[in-house]
Write a protein that binds this ligand. Structure first.
Ligand code: GLU
Length: 526
C-alpha cells in the first residue's frame, strides 16, 4: 500500500480564502486528516491567498471555526502572530482558534512566502528552465482569438522562449510589465503518476509554457502550491480531481526543480444532488452558516444555513457521512465513529467517480447518532436549538424530562423545539380538526372528566400506572384502543400525534395536567 511506505505521513489542507468553505472542501480535507492520523503523521493547514483580489473577509475565521467544529485539528498551520499581521485583509479572527506557534515550516499563508517563490523562480530563470515573457494582455487576447478561430485550444506561442536572459532582464529592470513562464517539453509524452489514477501519458504538444510568476508579482497556484508542498515536506497531496488536467504542469515543475514529487491522489469531487460539483457558488453547503455567494462571486445578502449550527447535525455524524462520499471501508459498514474511520481509512478505498451529497442519507445517519446519545448529552446538544427557537426554558427540569421523549424520532436537532414547545406552553394550541374529531363528540367531556379525576387521585405517578388507570377508565366508558388514548392526547397536547402519551403525562405532572384538562373540558362535548 503506497501510503504506508513513508515513515512520516504529512498531508495538508490548502484552501483559498475566496469564499466560505463548503462540505465538499471539508470532505477532501477529512481524507487528508484521516490519512495523517492513521499513520501517526502530521496534518497541515496552509492558506493559499495569492489571489488577493478575490479574498473574502471573514472567510478565514469561518474556515477555522468550521474545522474546529468538525474536529479537524491541525499540527502545523496559521498561528496567532501570522493572522494578526493579516487582520486588515481578513478581518478580526478569534485568537482562541489559533495556536501560538504554527510550526517550523511557516508561515502558512502564501502571501507571507513571496520571497521564497521569487527565489525559486529566479533559480529556474538562471538555469534556463523558465523565461520572461512580455506580451501585453491585448497581444495574448489576439493570439487567443486566432486559436478560437482555428478551433484549437489556446497555447501561448512561446515567442520569448529563446530570448536572451540578459536582454530580458534589461527590459524587466526598465519597468516593463512581464510574466515568467516555465519551459515545458515540446515533444514526446509527459508521464504522471497518481495513487488513484496510476500512470497517465500526456502529449507534450498539448501543454502550455504556463505562467509561474504573474504580472502582479504573485505566483499562481501552479507554482506556489508545488513549492510549498515540497518545502513543507508533504508526502501525500490529496486534492480534487479538477486539478488532474493541470497535473502535467505540476509534474514538469517538480522535474525542472529536480525535486521528488509527493504522492498525488486526485480524489473525486463531491457532487450536489443535481450531479454538479459543489462549489462556493454552486449549492454551497457550509458546515457553519455563512453568507451566500452569488454566481458572480459577490455576496447575495442571504445566509446559507450551516449543517451544524442551523440544521442541527452532530459533528460526528457529519464527519462519518462525509468520509463515505467517495471512500468505502471495503465492506458494508456505514456507522463508523471517528476512531473506526481513522483505523479503516486508506487511499485504496477511494473511488474514482464523484460521490453525491445525499441530504437524506445524512439525516438518516444523524438520526442514528442522535439516538445513541445519553439523555444528558442529547439535552446539551439540543439546548442551543431550543434557545434559538425561543422555547420557554424556564423549567429546566421539565424540558430535560420532555426532550428524550422524542429523541427516537428526530433526525436533526433543529426539529427538537417543535417536539417540546407545545408541551411547554401553559395551554396548547388546539388543532381544530382533532378537536372536532375527538373532543366535540358526545361523551367526550364525561370521559375526560373521569380520566382527570382518576389521575388526580393517583399516588404512584409512573407511566405504567398512568396507563393502566387510563385503560381502566376507558373500559368503564366502553372505549377500546385509540378511543382510549386519542381524546386524552388531544385534550393534553392539542394534537393527535406526539411522543408516548403515558410518558408525556408522567413528565407533565399533575398540576399542568389539571390546567390542560380544564381547558379541554371547555372545548369538549358533554
Ligand atoms: N487552493 C487550492 C483550492 O482551494 C488547493 C488545491 C490543493 O489542494 O492543492 O482549490
Amino acid at each position: 500500500m503506497s501510503e504506508a511506505t513513508k515513515s512520516t505521513v504529512r498531508t495538508r489542507f490548502a484552501p483559498s480564502p475566496t469564499g466560505f468553505a463548503h462540505a465538499g472542501v471539508f470532505r477532501t480535507a477529512l481524507f487528508s486528516w484521516l490519512l495523517a492520523r492513521k499513520h501517526g503523521g502530521q496534518f497541515l493547514l496552509r492558506i493559499e491567498d495569492t489571489d488577493q483580489v478575490r479574498l473574502v473577509p471573514g472567510s478565514l475565521e469561518h474556515l477555522l471555526r468550521s474545522m474546529k467544529a468538525l474536529g479537524l485539528d491541525y499540527d502545523e498551520g496559521p498561528d496567532q502572530k501570522s493572522v494578526a499581521l493579516l487582520s486588515e485583509k481578513y478581518g478580526a479572527c478569534d485568537p482562541n482558534l489559533l495556536p501560538e506557534d504554527g510550526g517550523k515550516f511557516g508561515p502558512y499563508f502564501q502571501s507571507q512566502r513571496l520571497t521564497r517563490y521569487s527565489e525559486v523562480v529566479e533559480g529556474l530563470l538562471e538555469s534556463g528552465k523558465a523565461y520572461f515573457a512580455f506580451e501585453t494582455r491585448e497581444e495574448l487576447d489576439q493570439q487567443r482569438k486566432i486559436s478560437d478561430a482555428l478551433k484549437r485550444p489556446f497555447l501561448y506561442n512561446r515567442h520569448y522562449r529563446e530570448y536572451s536572459l540578459e536582454d530580458a532582464r534589461k527590459r524587466v529592470n526598465s519597468g516593463e510589465a512581464h510574466v515568467v513562464r516555465l519551459k515545458m517539453p515540446t515533444e514526446g509524452s509527459i508521464v504522471t503518476r497518481d495513487v488513484l489514477h496510476g500512470e497517465q501519458k500526456w502529449d507534450a504538444t498539448t501543454q502550455d509554457d504556463f505562467i509561474i510568476l504573474k504580472a502582479d508579482g504573485f505566483p499562481p497556484y501552479h507554482l506556489a502550491a508545488m513549492v510549498d508542498d515540497h518545502d513543507m515536506e508533504i508526502t501525500h497531496v490529496l486534492r480534487g480531481d479538477e486539478w488532474l488536467s493541470s497535473f502535467p504542469k505540476h509534474w514538469c515543475l517538480f522535474q525542472a526543480l529536480g525535486w521528488e514529487p509527493p504522492q498525488f491522489a486526485h480524489v473525486p469531487n463531491v457532487m450536489g444532488p443535481d450531479g454538479k460539483k459543489l462549489s462556493k457558488r454552486h449549492g454551497a453547503l457550509p458546515i457553519l452558516g455563512a453568507p451566500e455567494m452569488g454566481k458572480d462571486g459577490l455576496l447575495t445578502g442571504n445566509e446559507s444555513p450551516g449543517f451544524l449550527d442551523d440544521e442541527g447535525f452532530l459533528p460526528e455524524a457529519l464527519v462519518n457521512y462525509l468520509a463515505l462520499i467517495g471512500w468505502s471501508p471495503g465492506d458494508d459498514r456505514e456507522i463508523m465513529p471517528l476512531e473506526e474511520l481513522t483505523q479503516a481509512f486508506s487511499l485504496d478505498g477511494v473511488g474514482r467517480s464523484g460521490g453525491i451529497f445525499d441530504a437524506e442519507k445524512l439525516a438518516w445517519m444523524n438520526g442514528k447518532y442522535l439516538r445513541a446519545l445519553t439523555p444528558d448529552a442529547y439535552t446539551k446538544a439540543t439546548w442551543p436549538f431550543l434557545e434559538k427557537a425561543g422555547a420557554d426554558l424556564s423549567d429546566r427540569m421539565l424540558v430535560q424530562a420532555l426532550l428524550p421523549l422524542e429523541q427516537e424520532k428526530i433526525k436533526k436537532l433543529s426539529e427538537a423545539p417543535a417536539t417540546v414547545d407545545y408541551l411547554l406552553l401553559d395551554s396548547p394550541e388546539y388543532v381544530e380538526k382533532s378537536v372536532q374529531k375527538y373532543l366535540k363528540v358526545p361523551g367526550a367531556g364525561a370521559y375526560l372528566a373521569a380520566i382527570a379525576e382518576a389521575l388526580e387521585t393517583l399516588e404512584t405517578w409512573t407511566p405504567e400506572v398512568i396507563e393502566s388507570t387510563c385503560r381502566t377508565v376507558g373500559a368503564a366508558h366502553d372505549r377500546d384502543k385509540g378511543e382510549v388514548t386519542h381524546p386524552i392526547r388531544v385534550a393534553l397536547t392539542g394534537r393527535e400525534i406526539g411522543p408516548s402519551l403515558f410518558e408525556t403525562i408522567a413528565v407533565l405532572g399533575k398540576e399542568r395536567l389539571a390546567r390542560r384538562f380544564g381547558k379541554a373540558k371547555e372545548l369538549a362535548h358533554g
